[in-house]
Design a protein around this ligand. Structure first.
Ligand code: DLL
Length: 434
């Protein structure tokens, strides 16, 4: 038992939950005394830190939302003074103020330790050469991951995003074995490699890819593994919770272990806010129990997933969450049918004729909503006959009708013609008036 307690990945459940409860109580006390937002919210909900006798009691406490964090910009959620702070990161906000996250030295060390845990779990070794192709700067995917990889003793190439040809040369020359990249950038990377005359499969030393920061389908993951001939692992996180390193796939690849010694997770019904149990799908809610500068309680991530109730074959105690289906607010409704962009991707990427990129355009004509899917197809097909293209177009339409109950207009386009991004992809264009 004592050796089990030394490695947090293999704690026994009972011990882990005891630890969670102890840390939770400490956090509640701290935020109650140090963060006016929480003090007021607790009072409004008539709850006090000392009311917490079991983990279930957390359910009586209020949620924290993205709007709360934005309203607290810049220092509203701080539970310490400015002097121990060493880092600021923000989450990519589309409009208005970003969500700012502040770190002490201890917070950075803790976040790095989680990354080290994640990458060791996938078999990364000190002799690996790791190219980090996530944006450095305010985005957490660059620096937070960088620190964890260095801590694990890997040789880190802080490539960042963009400058893709130069990055490919370095990846080739330094024989990078592991890459950290968004799935959409990975597909673009392959295109540029091919344009430069390289074979992504044969001319590089890559053996592992960490893919995350945006929703993507299992089919896309499979394609990336195939194109580069490597092993891909799903990596989940969000700036509000340190960035990457919240949940990560192990070698079993049956969901992502969410590090419960750092975060308490709940799944709620996004409409009624009731806690869902037994592996039902819902919105992921996270509370930090190991953060110094900015503890956050019951944060509504907006991400849809479910918990696998059964233990993982790898023996780690931390429960797993399923691939993120999408964000609650990414869902669009088309003539009464609820659709997630990730479902559109799943349908498209399961067809071998479909190329590497697509775009969803929503329009309103004559009071009716229409969905247009612009799909890049493989080069050799584009050179084929018009009849073949028509057949493919109908095949895609039928698949949508059967699987998603909608019939979009399908526009086939040439490979590499739709817009590319080196960071997170933006594939949904909603032109409907609200
Ligand atoms: O994307 C942190 C990160 C960096 C995660 C590198 C993984 C790798 P944000 O910019 O705050 O932080 O965006 C967080 O991205 O709430 C999800 O909606 C989405 N997301 C992140 N990872 C995944 C994933 C970083 N593996 C938001 N699958 C989250 C699906 C993901 N969606």
């Amino acid at each position: 038992m004592s050796s089990q307690r030394e490695n947090p990945e293999y704690f026994d459940r009972e011990y882990l939950e005891k630890l969670q409860l102890e840390k939770l109580r400490q956090v509640l006390e701290r935020v109650y005394h140090k963060v006016p937002f929480y003090r007021e919210a607790f009072r409004a909900h008539k709850v006090r830190p000392e009311n917490v006798k079991s983990l279930k009691d957390l359910e009586k406490f209020p949620f924290t939302t993205r709007e709360d964090l934005r309203a607290g910009y810049p220092y509203g959620f701080l539970a310490c003074s400015l002097s121990p702070l060493v880092r600021l990161h923000t989450s990519a906000g589309t409009t208005g103020k970003p969500k700012a996250v502040l770190f002490t030295q201890k917070d950075i060390a803790q976040a790095a330790q989680l990354i080290t845990r994640c990458i060791r779990m996938t078999g990364a070794r000190p002799e690996d050469v790791f190219q980090n192709m996530m944006s450095y700067g305010l985005f957490t995917g660059g620096l937070i991951f960088h620190y964890g990889a260095e801590r694990a003793g890997l040789l880190v190439i802080p490539g960042g995003t963009g400058n893709t040809e130069r990055q490919i040369e370095m990846m080739h020359d330094f024989k990078a074995t592991i890459v950290h990249i968004t799935p959409s950038y990975a597909l673009y990377l392959a295109e540029v490699m091919e344009r430069m005359g390289f074979s992504p499969r044969d001319d590089f030393s890559l053996r592992i890819a960490y893919l995350g920061a945006e929703p993507y389908s299992q089919a896309t993951k499979g394609r990336i593994e195939e194109i580069f001939s490597l092993d891909a692992y799903d990596s989940y996180g969000l700036s509000e919770m340190n960035g990457p390193g919240v949940a990560f796939e192990c070698k079993e690849k049956q969901g992502m272990h969410l590090w419960e010694d750092n975060f308490i997770m709940e799944i709620i019904d996004p409409e009624t806010f009731e806690v869902r149990r037994n592996g039902e799908e819902g919105e992921l809610v996270l509370s930090t129990i190991n953060r110094e500068a900015m503890p956050i309680l019951r944060y509504r991530t907006g991400d849809l997933t479910h918990i696998y109730p059964e233990e993982c074959r790898c023996g780690r105690v931390h429960r797993r969450i399923s691939r993120i289906k999408g964000r609650v607010d990414d869902m669009f409704v088309l003539r009464g049918v609820n659709i997630f962009p990730s479902e559109v991707e799943r349908v498209l990427m399961s067809l071998p004729e479909v190329g590497r990129n697509y775009q969803i355009v929503l329009e309103r004509k004559g009071g009716l909503d229409h969905m247009k899917v612009r799909v890049e197809i493989k080069k050799k097909l584009f050179r084929g006959s018009l009849k073949d293209l028509k057949i493919l177009q109908n095949k895609i339409k039928t698949k949508f009708k059967v699987e998603l109950l909608v019939t979009p207009q399908v526009q086939l386009v040439e490979p590499a013609t739709l817009p590319r991004t080196t960071g997170k992809a933006k594939r949904l264009i909603d032109k409907r008036e609200i």
